[in-house]
Design a protein around this ligand. Structure first.
Ligand SMILES: NC(=O)c1ccc[n+]([C@@H]2O[C@H](COP(=O)([O-])OP(=O)(O)OC[C@H]3O[C@@H](n4cnc5c(N)ncnc54)[C@H](OP(=O)(O)O)[C@@H]3O)[C@@H](O)[C@H]2O)c1
Length: 233
C-alpha cells in the first residue's frame, strides 16, 4: 500500500489531499500544530498516523520520520504546511525581520529538512516530493514580499533538488486561490466565498502522483482536465 506524508493536514488543501489519498487506499502520516483539530479532521480516515506538532521543530520532524520508518515506505512527501506571515500583509519596508524569519523557517527550511530526512525512503520507492507553492512566488503583489519570496525560495529549492536527485520526481505545485483560513487571513474582512474549495484542485495534484510528469513547477489550472464538451443534443 503506498504511503504519503502530508504536512498541514487538519484543514484546507492538506485535508483535501489526505481525504483523496485515503479514499484510494493510501496509508498516511499527517501533521498540524493543533492536536484536537488534527484528530477531528482525520477521524474516520482508515489508515492515518496523526502526529501533532510544528514543522519548524526538529524533534517533531524526527517523529514524522520515525513514523515513516515504522511503515517502511514513503511514496509521496507533500510539504503543504505554510505560514502567510503577519495579517494584514505588511509592505517590505516595514516587515518585521523576526516575522520574516519565522515565515522562512516554516515555508523553506522545514520542507528542506523533511526532504533531507526522507529522501532515502522516497528514492527506494521511486517517489515524489510535492512542495506546495503559490502564484506569489512568481508575481510581485504589494504586501506579498515575505510569503512570496519564501515560496520563490521553495520553488528554486525544488528545481535544484530535481537537478541533483535523478531518482526522485520533484514538483512545485501552485494550487491557485482557494477558500481557506490562510486565504481569509490574506484578505481580512473580505468576502472570499467566490474562491474555489481546496478539494477542487486535488485532481490536478493527483495527476502529478499518478502520471509522474518530469520534475518542475506546475499550476493546478494547467493540470486540470477540462470537462468534456457535449456534442449535439
Ligand atoms: N489558500 C490559498 O488561496 C492558497 C493559494 C496559493 C498557495 N497556497 C498554499 O497552499 C497550502 C495550503 O494552504 P491552505 O490555504 O490550505 O492553508 P490553511 O487552510 O491555513 O491550512 C494550513 C494547514 O497547515 C497547518 N500548519 C500551519 N502551520 C504549520 C506548522 N508550522 N506546522 C505544522 N502544521 C502547520 C494548519 O494547522 P495548524 O494551524 O493547527 O498548525 C493547517 O492544517 C500552503 O502551502 C499555502 O501556502 C494557498
Amino acid at each position: 500500500m503506498p504511503v504519503a506524508l502530508i504536512t498541514g493536514a487538519s484543514r484546507g488543501l492538506g485535508l483535501a489531499i489526505a481525504r483523496a489519498l485515503a479514499a484510494r487506499g493510501w496509508s498516511l502520516v499527517a501533521d498540524a500544530r493543533r492536536e484536537d483539530d488534527l484528530a477531528d479532521a482525520l477521524r474516520g480516515l482508515p489508515d492515518v498516523v496523526a502526529i501533532a506538532g510544528d514543522v519548524t521543530s526538529p524533534r517533531h520532524r524526527a517523529d514524522l520520520a520515525a513514523a515513516v520508518s515504522r511503515l517502511g515506505r514513503l511514496d509521496v512527501l507533500v510539504n503543504n504546511a505554510s505560514s502567510l506571515g503577519p495579517s494584514p500583509l505588511p509592505p517590505l519596508r516595514r516587515y518585521d525581520l523576526g516575522d520574516l524569519r519565522r515565515v522562512y523557517e516554516t515555508n523553506v527550511l522545514a520542507p528542506l529538512a523533511l526532504i533531507q530526512l526522507l529522501t532515502g525512503w522516497l528514492e527506494t520507492a521511486g517517489g515524489a516530493v510535492i512542495n506546495v507553492s503559490s502564484d506569489a512566488a512568481v508575481e510581485a503583489y504589494p504586501g506579498w514580499g515575505g510569503y512570496g519570496s519564501s515560496k520563490a525560495a521553495l520553488d528554486q529549492l525544488t528545481a535544484v533538488l530535481a537537478a541533483e536527485e535523478s531518482g526522485l520526481r520533484c514538483y512545485a505545485f501552485d494550487p491557485g486561490d482557494m477558500r481557506t483560513d490562510m486565504h481569509q487571513l490574506a484578505f481580512p474582512g473580505e468576502d472570499i466565498s467566490d474562491r474555489p474549495e481546496p478539494a477542487s484542485v486535488v485532481p490536478a495534484l493527483l495527476r502529478l502522483v499518478d502520471e509522474r510528469p518530469p520534475s518542475g513547477r506546475y499550476r493546478a489550472a494547467d493540470l486540470t482536465v477540462p470537462a468534456p464538451v457535449e456534442v449535439g443534443s
